[in-house]
Write a protein that binds this ligand. Sequence first.
Ligand code: F0G
Length: 465
Amino acid sequence: MTDQDSSTTQIENVISQLRCIACGATGEDGAKSVRCPQCGDLLEVAYPGWKTSRGMRAAGLEATGLRSLWKERRTSFEPLDASGVWRFREVLPELRDWNDVITLREGNTPVYELPGCGRVAGVSLLYAKHQGMNPTGSFKDTGMTAAASFARQGGFRWVACASTGNTSASMAAYAARAGMRSLVLIPQGQITWGKLSQALDYGAVTCQLKTDFDGCMRVLDEVVQRMPVYLLNSINPYRLEGQKTAAIELLERFDWQVPDHVIVPGGNLGNSSALGKAFVEMKELGLISRLPKLSVIQAEGANALVRTMRENGGKTLISVRAETMATAIRIGSPASWKKAVRVLEATGGAVEEVSEVEMALAKAEIGADGIGCEPASAVTLAGLKKLVKQGFVKKNESVVLILTGNLLKDPDFTLKFHRGDLFIGTEHEEEATSVLTPRQHAPIVLDANANTVVKVLEHAERNES
Ligand code: F0G
């Protein structure tokens, strides 16, 4: 990559380039390394070509043109249009050959109202954008279709990631579809069976390392330097471009009216960075007139961003030794922290942390609205309750929770919760018993006759009223 005049990398239609977030060095799309060769910091995709003498225009289109084109594509069966990522291709980096796109019809995920959760949180307009409704059950698919397609364009035979589970499941699926091999590094004993089984089924070479996620990331950094494998963690800038589309879909769903708050769980902080980037870009392109406040919620035991913001205003990362039952976000040294800080500053969002019991309760409350999600996603509702109490979120403001993973990703957590086993023998046992018991629905073992079942039914009916 070289420092160069942006006009030298302009391509017809989508005009994008890679840019270092620290030193600003730029280079052409499609680089094989996902770090800045000059200073080693993270790269992002920038769109210098959107700037015209008459303002900002993506692919030569004004805001109204983009809106109607994107909507129209929803009725198409063409693979690129049917993808909830690639139907927004005017605001994504362009592949040299669109046949390189690997798609599983990701994106186009539902937005649900959450009336019960709205009542417990104390807000009247509460929605969930459920990214767990993607093909492999998590938000990772929207990023993976983009980054895996660039891997194919780059001619890579191997792709690799370190993961708390969802990235590996997604990467393994997209690699398999593309005929690429995949290498997965996961912390031994710290990812759910659901996620692990997906990676195995899609044929990944799966290494369980005797370390945590941060340790896996360190090992992988060395492996990619020594072997010709393409890194598909969220430090890969194309991952974030794909993940941007969830924010665009959300705006489209509300007819380009901007919700007041968007709340997202924070782990390695790629997703918050991606969604924030999308909102800022949509405003630059004139598709929206203001930004939602994007807030990031972490588990108390994996609260690196919370501490970084509170203790030094986001200047240098404070790493932590991560510990939480929400294994998806059990991350102590988030790679994309600088990008996330930038998003918090741009949108005026908050950071908050929640306890294990608060998260477990919130997960059951989301389930009670008929939606369900994995534990890491539930920190959003738990965090919202705190932000409402602090007055940061007002009662009549509209709020969207980003649910990142499907309920079925971690049935073990859900079963333990309902059987009352989740916090047994932990310091939270007493608190958990008093707070969680009303939400628990343990399975009932009965003799096989109608009388006993009817009794259970009558008992349940009495308790309800
Ligand atoms: N929610 C779920 C369900 C996740 O799997 C993750 C991250 C996050 C939230 C946090 O998102 O890292 O972009 O801040 N999972 C990664 C993985 C780390 O390997 O699957 P983030």
